[in-house]
Write a protein that binds this ligand. Sequence first.
Ligand code: BTN
Length: 348
Amino acid sequence: MGDSRSLGGSYLCFICVHLWLKNMTTDAKILSALRANPDGVSGAQLAEQLEISRAAIWSRIEELRQVGYEIEAEPHLGYRLISSPDALHADDLLARLGKTKIIGRDIRVFKETTSTNDVIEKLARDGVKEGVVVFAESQTKGRGRLGRKWISPANKGLWFSILLRPDMHPQETTQLTVASATALRRAIIAETNLRPEIKWPNDILIGGKKVAGILTELSAESDCVKYITLGIGVDVNVDAHELPPEVRKLATSLKIESGAAICRAELATGILRELDRDYARICAGKFSEVADEWEAGCATIGKNVTVLMGDRKICGRAESLDDAGALLVRTEHGHLERVIGGDVTLEK
Ligand code: BTN
């Protein structure tokens, strides 16, 4: 019984890996094989694995070199990946990501766009499946919450959006913002030596300064979500002089805080992997697990806050999150206010 179960499991797993490989482009498969064999892999082995000719392998390797991959070819060792360019490359991101359930099964990279959220909106209206991720090296009209502008210097950050089609009520979608902040924090911790904190609902702070933000845009019909565009901006290798003077006191980047440039492709795929995990938890009805982790990494809970929601101002102590991801604030009059949006300022 035990044996047949585990055989079934590994057979399914084999099919999944096989399907994942089948869906990958040749370049992604080559990069994946080169990374899996740091000491080198021969043209013949690659050709056999990918079921194409050695000449085709050679021509793809040449193309990869053209876009900045340093690939050494040694008669006895075969091909060796020496270094990768800093530019984001869809095939490379797919190869580094490996297999995920939903997020990242389709990745597209643009050199420039207005806003990656705009691109996702269009894909959503065209009926594209959930999980597609769009990155842009720069955005001409990047936007943040509450109608703010989001500055996106070329090749310095991660500016990307994800299409999701969860089976949930529009009021529950704060769960996704909360889950994204949790996933983003975990990925930053794994890639750097930094200790990021979450500020409800969508900011990632380091030393009290913002390093990343999340913009969740919703398309809903009566009581159900049609699709969600999850836009994420991370100031990765932005230098201090590239931050607009008016935000220098409030914003920072991972490079400024850690003192070293960070590999954007590694961070990007780390974030997608963590997001995929948290999205699965939410879809399985396990938001409370995510909420517990969120609270543990949150700079808002237990603090006195001021919340601006349109014309309304709420002052009080942030107590916890509710089941839908809303922030519960105990006012000075003892009322418990439920905050689902607005601008939260942490009081000293
Ligand atoms: C915020 O903190 O106000 C949210 C910022 C979200 C910025 C990202 S960058 C990628 C995506 N495209 C946009 O135009 N905005 C989001």
